[in-house]
Design a binder for this molecule. Sequence first.
Ligand SMILES: [Zn+2]
Length: 137
Amino acid sequence: MEKVTMYRCEYCGNLFDTAELSAKHEQRHRNIDGANEMLREGATLEQINQRYKIWSNVPDHLKEATKDNCFRISYWQCCDKPAYTMREIKMDGRIRLFGCGSWNGYYGSDVRIDSTDLKDIHQPDELFIDPRYESRW
Ligand SMILES: [Zn+2]
């Protein structure tokens, strides 16, 4: 038998073969945490990326996007209105979108920054919340 040494991420507990890999992964956690803090404070994706280098680049149509912009993603909940906003940046760089496009309530999913789902961006005051959902309460 052979004794092995592993390195455990202090944030999520994942194990790594080398200290270098583990350190790199932990730095990613810190960058993602910082990126999410900036997102919550209203920074644009371009500002976030310049500071934390989450993505190789931010597509032009998303450079000025903030948590307050909304996106129309027709095939989600069959909703043809901009109902989804960016809530969180995940470890793998995908963005969690969330919103209420239909009567069955809130829905969310993670999308890549270069996804066509993020092509149809709208101003904050256009945010749609399905009124049928609200009126059920
Ligand atoms: Zn981790």
